[in-house]
Design a protein around this ligand. Structure first.
Ligand SMILES: NC(=O)c1ccc[n+]([C@@H]2O[C@H](COP(=O)([O-])OP(=O)(O)OC[C@H]3O[C@@H](n4cnc5c(N)ncnc54)[C@H](O)[C@@H]3O)[C@@H](O)[C@H]2O)c1
Length: 436
């Protein structure tokens, strides 16, 4: 498993869980040290126990030694990062580096599996990079390249991997297909969920899935803002449309805009690919524009209520991670909210059940940001409460206590967690996204 991040570590661990012998490689020695020391560098429900169990059984090992990793497996999964480049395209340097590392060292037939989210055509580039390295050392060793995009969700990654909705496999080499079919068989004993397709379609499927999900979010955000102006309640509208099976309830929650390590970069990368072909995607351009604007909606509401100069004000902020059940701070909406409040002179006291260590790493401890030990401690003496991530423990607060703690009884809720009437009955002013 090349790359031991959110995807690589979960994939490697779940493959070990069903009996495979897995060696996880990373260039980040810090991560490998933590893993070899019995820890887990990320927060993912169920992962730590599974890592420990499989490491103890000797089926799951971690290394920074590229030679050992290439020698270890017939199957070489590439699960390295594909962050956005300056122009919005996916930065392919880590994927191609991983491919070259294999080409430089392999001594027998391998299946190289692209698990990272990569632009259409990447399998060809991976194949070319390996072939070039083989040619450079005059080695004539056959190999196959397959695309196997990952659909796991952070926060439920182990469960998603163990019980996938589908496994997409893009390949044309029968031996490689048979081998990957066998790898995934233990995860779909109840019914077959493997979709074998051509490589380019598999690569595009991953981007299409994330683009669709981002579209649903932006659609609901735009309608929520309209509901605000029309005096309608987006939560009632959500239930009214979600009940149509053609629409469904999933992913129709308005909020402070999508973030995280995938949607923003994948939407940009797909848009970049389309634009390079002279056919920019009009719908996705709108999805992105709506999302960019949505990130400031919550702060706009704060400014609307308290005025533009927030000097001397202190806000309690609940939730730092980009979504619940993860400590991932990449493109987290909390960052935008904290920066916008700081730019207007305010300070923030933040609380998150698991992401505070990661937030300290990512954001540091600037003068305008302090961290609290509990949701209540964050609110003590704050001017107002701002809810940014919908962790379960924020869903049913003691509103009467909040009213006493806050200097002004104000809640700005970017996740629509509360029934407006209940908050108001407790004597607090409530500002949410598209709620009456
Ligand atoms: N995070 C998600 O929820 C998710 C879901 C589906 C798909 N993906 C995709 O999977 C890929 C990985 O995402 P992630 O969130 O796991 O990233 P990550 O940043 O958590 O992990 C990537 C790891 O790869 C390592 N790495 C980089 N170059 C390497 C090399 N040459 N050899 C070995 N290791 C190397 C990095 O040090 C890092 O630890 C991305 O393409 C992403 O879009 C992510």
């Amino acid at each position: 498993m090349i790359g031991t991040g959110y995807v690589g570590l979960v994939t490697g661990t779940c493959l070990a869980e069903v009996g495979n012998d897995v060696l996880c490689l990373d260039v980040d020695a810090r991560k490998i040290d933590i893993l070899n020391g019995g820890g887990v560098p990320i927060h993912e429900p169920g992962l730590e126990a599974m890592v420990r169990r499989n490491a103890a059984a000797g089926r799951l090992r971690f290394t920074t030694d590229v030679d050992a990793a290439v020698a270890h497996g017939t199957l070489q999964f590439i699960a390295v990062g594909t962050p956005p480049d300056e122009d919005g395209s996916a930065d392919m340097q880590y994927v191609l580096q991983a491919a070259r590392n294999i080409g430089k060292r392999m001594t027998e037939w391998k299946v190289v599996v692209d698990k990272s989210t990569v632009p259409v055509g990447t399998a060809d580039r991976v194949r070319a990079a390996i072939a070039e390295e083989l040619a450079a050392r005059k080695a004539d060793i056959p190999f196959a390249v397959a695309s196997n995009p990952e659909f796991l969700k952070e926060g439920a990654a182990v469960e998603d991997f163990m019980k996938p909705d589908r496994v997409v496999l893009g390949a044309d080499d029968e031996r490689a297909i048979a081998m990957l079919r066998a790898v995934y068989a233990p995860f779909q004993r109840n019914h077959e969920r493997l979709l074998v397709m051509d490589v380019r379609s598999a690569e595009l499927t991953k981007y299409a899935a994330n683009a669709m999900l981002a579209t649903r979010i932006s659609f609901m955000n735009e309608l929520a803002n309209l509901a605000d102006r029309l005096g309608a309640d987006i939560e009632q509208v959500r239930q009214g449309i979600g009940s149509d099976p053609r629409i469904g309830y999933h992913f129709l929650y308005p909020g402070v805009g999508y973030g995280g390590s995938c949607f923003p970069k994948d939407v940009k990368a797909l848009q970049h690919s389309a634009s390079e072909l002279g056919t920019p995607l009009k719908l996705l351009a709108a999805v992105e524009a709506v999302n960019d604007a949505q990130k400031s909606v919550l702060v706009d509401k704060i400014v609307g209520r308290l005025g533009g100069d927030l000097t001397g004000r202190r806000f309690a902020l609940w939730g730092l991670a980009f979504k619940p059940n993860t400590d991932d701070m990449r493109e987290a909406p909390s960052r935008v909210v904290i920066d916008a409040l700081a730019a207007r002179g305010a300070t923030v006291t933040a609380y998150d059940p698991v992401a505070m260590p990661e937030a300290k790493r990512a954001l540091g401890t600037p003068a305008h940001l302090t961290y609290a030990d509990s949701p209540q401690a964050a609110c003590d003496g704050a001017d107002a409460l701002v809810v940014v991530t919908e962790w379960k423990e924020f869903r049913s607060p003691d509103f009467a206590r909040l009213k006493k703690q806050l200097k002004e009884p104000l809640i700005f809720d970017g996740r629509n967690l509360y029934e407006p009437a209940m908050v108001r009955d407790a004597g607090l002013e409530y500002f949410a996204i598209g709620r009456r």
